[in-house]
Design a protein around this ligand. Sequence first.
Ligand code: GLN
Length: 482
Amino acid sequence: MHELLKLDATEVARRVKAGDVTAVAVTRAVLDHARATEGRVGAYLHVNEHALEHAAAIDKGDKSGALAGVPVAIKDNIHVAGQQTSCASRILESFVAPQDATVTARLRAAGAVFVGKTNLDEFAMGSSCENSALKQTRNPFNLAHVPGGSSGGSAACVAARSAYLSLGSDTGGSIRLPASFCGVVGLKPSYGRVSRYGLVAFASSLDQVGPFSRSVRDAALCMNVLSGHDDHDGTSARRPVPDYTAALRSDLKGVKVGVVPGYIEQLPNREVADACTRAIEAMRALGAQVVEVKLPNADHGIAVYYVVASAEASSNLARFDGVRYGLREPAASGIEQYFRTRGAGFGPEVKRRIMLGTYALSAGHWEEFYGRAARVRTLILRDFDRAFEGCDVIVGPCAPFPAFKAGEISDPLSMYLCDVFTIPASLAGLCALSLPIGFDASGLPIGLHVQAPAFAEDSLLSISHALEGALKQQVDRMPKIA
Ligand code: GLN
């Protein structure tokens, strides 16, 4: 493997700016490596044939951007002008984005080079990436295993060293779960921190775009670029954006770390439990005080999420009607065309969500399902408010187990349960990340879930950075594929 691929994005940008290396050389190293490994990993749906030209333009032009010359990959439900946005669905397979999403435009302005679009569960619905209608992505640490989902391609390409950074979207765990399965950092920003304009909507009250990276400092660097208000997204916050890089620290003196009793003890997987316990001990050794916190309503998270997210999805996905976007299955009448297009274009999981959501919103049932779910969502939010009165972050397992084998989980409910730890923070609009903390005996990565109050990305990143430094020896391992 090329030496350049062992660096993180922060170091690559520094070298490009200093003139020590060209954006073209870095991009070529990434593209060559992707060519050599993609046949096995399958992270990309589409590689950008203009990447080298783009890199050459950066070498000749402005290298002052925070991500000058850094090759990045984008989940294929986020627009990059002139490239496909398929959402890994037959219904959008031929759709080409007319313009950049706000996040993509910000990366572009910061000098990032777009390597390609990455695989996902169709419309971001899933936890393993196996719901993609277009491709199967594998875990770079063990090709028989899934990369996690829904942003499986974005996690896998960063783990496999075929991008330095990538963007994913997280509705109920779609950045954090694949990050934990692939041994990379994956951050879901607070709701409103990052613009959703140009992200294909799944569940609008939950969706956020966030980064995958090889280091916490890279996540901080990327968040500096992505964060901030956008007039195109009415839910984006008008709060100032701190310098996340400047906030990074190396000890945890004065930090209070919350732990929910039972979460670790009741894990089905001993190795995940032991890794979490060791990580918490490492936080204590860095000066943190560990306190118990309670989240009594978090147990209802999955039930609440599948009502709220499906209801919003059923409404958002109504726009794929065979008239305005993508696939069209012609028929004698408009309504017949609508049925045939959607019948042929959507996969089984997407249809299940649309049916669940339509039922939850139907006349006579709205209050029983959606209304009640919305109220329990508020209780979960209040639990977190109360818990954060006594601590700065709450930590625990990101997933109940390491990456499972492709095909191993076939019933939808078991798949939904993979997100048991990530969903509550999504419902509450918090920021949270998965930090690599070690490996199981078979060499599969394990992630720690670190959650902070809404808009406390600075403390989330800085606390995670300190822990990352303490665990460096244990987690610094290349996947076999690289
Ligand atoms: N796995 C969850 C789902 O299927 C979360 C997906 C996501 O965050 N996009 O809905």
